[in-house]
Design a protein around this ligand. Structure first.
Ligand code: NAP
Length: 484
């Protein structure tokens, strides 16, 4: 059922920040999985680079340890792991200094695909780009991969774009939003543009509203200090939720090609109306007898940073005029769930009378957990009673549909790294997209700052502050329940 693995051409991948959390948790275990799947060929080379002082063997020990900790069942494949580790090298480099660059230049093979993963703080992007260029390590076909956060506002995003553009063409820059690497997100495009069924209904004439929820059960934990400077709006809405909004709302691109898709996404962001501050609710999780509050996690008793946002927005175009989009994300909520729900309008005329009840079709697209889709369909309640209607789900959980082979589906990071090697930018954000997203987000954040907005407290394990429910209630609607 799962499509055949097509190996990518042999490559050299340099991971700047190769000793960091992201490299250890996601990038290195992900590469090992692609190696096991036969997608990364043994001729390929992975080069870790950071300031820490390791030789190749010392770094391989840390990679072995990272895969042991984060590689799941793959960690038991010890023979293959040792084979994989032979492809791993290390160079000690300070992004801001001159040592190590010659050694890196000697390792990177210019005759094949090379990619540079900037898994470091954004303040180092400029230094890395500059030195890769200076030491002729990157060439015109090289790719660079950059992580979120891509700026903290429009100004800083423009500066980052400018720094990278000094040495790299836009076609070489891969801005990762790992949400776009999820199987369901791509399936969303397949469902929309591969079937005739949905597209005729995909507009304000038939869709009452659309909800996008990304709920987490974890708090900010050890990232409190970092998170306190960003908040849910910058950390989640400006990137992940807006990317999902774009995919659900965009016009069909003329082809499935990177710029055709990204042009359509950009049009959605540019068509977003400014959000009325009355249509946004911010929240902060409270303490429980056993767990700290957001303020405690942030180490800042007076912080006004939000750990929850719910908002209503509108897209001003022919397709969506009049259909609200409700976005919601937060930490320490009832369940960990990411879902897009397309709520269709009532049938125009109810022939079954009031007692049959009112029912709506809802297409729910789950990103996590249990990636899959459910279409709520109205049918007659079985039995001898009158004509009563009930909703039943037409459920397509990928795990059921694909059986054990779902195990072989690459996770978001693996897929995206392989796309970098293939040179396919479809699932990466373009510079203008990121800037447009900040241009829409900035006035919201500025508005909060201007009026010294204080987030509403909410209980750990709840659905967020009551005001979020009230916001929906005023529109005669209800949030979908947060459930696994
Ligand atoms: P981290 O754990 O703090 O790691 C930072 C890495 O950068 C380390 O390997 C560090 O190694 C290296 N480094 C620091 N200063 C350096 C310098 N001057 N020259 C060369 N290397 C240097 O951070 P992280 O969590 O892995 O995050 C990396 C990037 O990914 C950040 O931009 C972050 O925002 C982003 N990100 C992370 C996650 C995640 O889950 N961790 C998720 C999304 C985005 P040395 O100290 O040995 O130099």
């Amino acid at each position: 059922m799962v499509s055949r693995v097509i190996p990518v051409d042999p490559f050299d991948l340099v991971i700047f920040g190769g000793t960091g959390d992201l490299a250890r948790r996601k990038i290195l275990p992900g590469l090992f999985r692609r190696f096991l799947a036969g997608q990364m060929l043994p001729e390929s080379q992975i080069i870790g680079a950071a300031r820490s002082d390791f030789d190749d063997e010392g770094y391989r020990d840390t990679v072995r340890e990272a895969i042991g900790e984060f590689g799941g069942a793959d960690a038991a494949r010890t023979v293959e792991l040792e084979d994989f580790l032979k492809r791993v090298r290390y160079v000690a480099i300070d992004a801001k200094g001159e040592d190590g660059w010659k050694a890196l230049a000697a390792l990177v093979d210019q005759k094949r695909i090379n990619a540079f993963y900037f898994s470091v703080a954004p303040s180092l992007f400029g230094d890395l780009a500059e030195r890769l260029h200076l030491h002729a390590i990157a060439n015109k076909d090289s790719r660079i991969v950059v992580e979120k956060p891509f700026g903290r506002d429009l100004k800083s995003a423009k500066e980052l774009n400018a720094v990278l553009a000094r040495h790299f063409d836009e076609t070489q820059i891969y801005r990762i939003d790992h949400y776009l690497g999820k199987e369901t997100v791509q399936n969303l495009m397949a469902v929309r543009f591969g079937n005739i069924l949905f597209e005729p209904l995909w507009n304000s004439q038939y869709v009452d509203h659309i909800e996008i929820t990304v709920a987490e059960t974890v708090g900010v934990g050890g990232r409190g200090e970092y998170y306190n400077k960003s908040g849910a709006m910058r950390d989640m809405v400006q990137n992940h939720l807006m990317q999902l909004l774009c995919l659900i709302a965009m016009e069909p691109p003329s082809r499935f090609d990177p710029d055709a898709v990204r042009d359509e996404k950009l049009k959605v962001i540019r068509a977003l109306e400014p959000v009325n501050l009355h249509h946004i609710v911010r929240g902060q999780y409270d303490k429980t007898p056993s767990e700290p509050s957001f303020r405690e996690d942030a180490g800042d008793p007076k912080t006004r940073t939000e750990s929850f946002v719910a908002l209503k927005c509108h897209i001003s175009n022919w397709r969506w005029a009049g259909t609200p989009f409700y976005l919601r994300t937060g930490k320490k909520l009832r369940t960990r769930t990411s879902e897009i729900a397309v709520v269709f309008k009532d049938a125009p005329h109810l022939i079954f009378g009031q007692e049959a009840g009112r029912h709506r079709n809802i297409l729910s697209i789950r990103l996590q957990p249990n990636e899959g889709m459910t279409l709520g369909v109205t049918i007659k309640e079985p039995g001898p009673g009158g004509m009563r209607l009930i909703d039943v789900p037409l459920d397509m959980a990928f795990a059921d549909a694909l059986g054990d082979e779902i195990e072989d589906v690459p996770d978001a990071y693996e897929r995206l790294i392989m796309d970098v090697i293939r040179g396919n930018q479809t699932l990466f954000m373009r510079g203008d997209e990121v800037e447009a997203a900040w241009a829409w987000t900035d006035p919201i954040i500025q508005g909060w700052e201007d009026r010294h907005d204080v987030p509403k407290p909410y209980d750990v394990g709840s659905s967020g502050p009551e005001d979020a429910g009230m916001m929906m209630h005023r529109d005669g609607r209800r949030w979908r329940e947060l459930r696994e």
